[in-house]
Write a protein that binds this ligand. Structure first.
Ligand SMILES: Nc1ncnc2c1ncn2[C@@H]1O[C@H](COP(=O)(O)OP(=O)(O)OP(=O)(O)O)[C@@H](O)[C@H]1O
Ligand SMILES: [Mg+2]
Length: 310
């Protein structure tokens, strides 16, 4: 019973939140509810408004309209307390290049009023957590992209925050670092932290997020758990056929619970009738195809389209 109550405690509540830059509205009356202990994802193409939303949550960008509370505290009136209880990994690393790894953490820890013994202990623990212990005395410009990202995560944890906000934590990182970061975020969730993240890696959102919203042009166009969204928007099976064969397309197109899309050199078939599609494909043995389950990327592309955004 107690656990139930805790799980539903709201950590972030945004109601009709709006952001305008001059005449341009870049966040349009969005509602977001994040409960304690959740890993919540904000997905969306470039320019959707994800970073702007996060900046309003952190009191870094004034709210144009709507209501926003974090830990039940109204933003921006309580910006300082909210900031004190959050950890932040910004989209662009902003580590201080003139200092070493441990000095970067030390400077940050001092903002939070920790004493030197506490700071030493915390830094040792956090460097262990992100596997950077042997880099403690290395200067920032000698670190790889993955190491800088891990250090930013360690820095975000220095004040033992209740809410961790990560803006594209794994962009540009190799699979090893990405998997390591995923494991650490899952561990933090087990410790009861609430996590809000943005990502362009849909498999990352699928693995980590309990709930997510998809934003486009400042609006929320879908929300739910990854499983719910996949069930709601895509068929369970996808066949990517590396060709367009008119006669085959006609036969596949006449199957029930099946839709098709031609993109570039490929035909995409979304279906609940996998055996019928496989039987039809077997009649064209020279065709190359890839059969996979419907995923969050299919949902994302279906809802936001395939046009490039810059
Ligand atoms: N300071 C600013 N002044 C004017 N427009 C801005 C400002 N900051 C962001 N924008 C615009 O607001 C929109 C949303 O930007 P935002 O950075 O929030 O998008 P995003 O979803 O984080 O994109 P990305 O995936 O590329 O990081 C964009 O059109 C951007 O150009
Ligand atoms: Mg952004």
């Amino acid at each position: 019973m107690i656990e139930q109550t805790q799980i539903s405690t709201p950590i972030i509540q945004a109601e009709k939140l709006v952001k305008q830059f001059g005449q341009t509205e870049v966040v349009s009356a969005i509602d977001i509810n994040v409960s304690k202990g959740q890993c919540f994802g904000i997905l969306g193409p470039n320019g959707a408004g994800k970073t702007t939303t996060i900046r309003m949550m952190l009191g870094q960008s004034p709210i144009s309209d709507g209501q926003l509370t974090i830990f039940g505290l109204q933003q921006p009136q309580n910006a300082a307390e909210i900031r004190y209880r959050c950890g932040v990994v910004p989209q662009q690393d902003n580590l201080d290049p003139d200092f070493t790894v441990s000095e970067n953490l030390k400077i940050y820890a001092r903002y939070f009023g920790m004493d030197s013994t506490q700071i030493e202990r915390r830094i040792e623990q956090l460097l262990g957590f992100v596997e950077l212990t042997d880099k403690a005395n290395t200067r920032i410009d000698s670190l790889s992209g993955g190491m800088k990202r891990r250090l930013s995560i360690a820095r975000a944890l220095i004040n033992n925050p209740e809410l961790l906000i990560l803006d594209e934590p794994t962009t540009g990182l190799d699979p090893q670092v990405r998997h390591m970061i995923w494991a650490r975020l899952r561990q933090l969730k087990k410790y009861g932290k609430t996590i809000l993240l943005t990502t362009h890696y849909l498999e990352e959102a699928e693995r980590l997020c309990d709930m997510l919203v998809i934003m486009d042009k400042g609006r929320i166009i879908a929300q739910g758990s990854p499983k719910q969204l996949i069930l709601e928007y895509v068929e369970p099976h996808v066949f990517e056929i590396r060709a367009h064969v008119k006669s085959l397309s006609e036969k596949i197109g006449s199957l029930a619970n099946t839709s098709m899309e031609i993109i570039g050199d490929s035909t995409y078939v979304y279906t609940a009738e996998q055996n019928s599609v496989i039987a039809l494909l077997q009649s064209e043995p020279e065709l190359e195809y890839y059969h996979r389950p419907g995923n969050l990327e299919d949902v994302f592309l279906k809802l936001t389209g395939r046009e490039l955004r810059d």
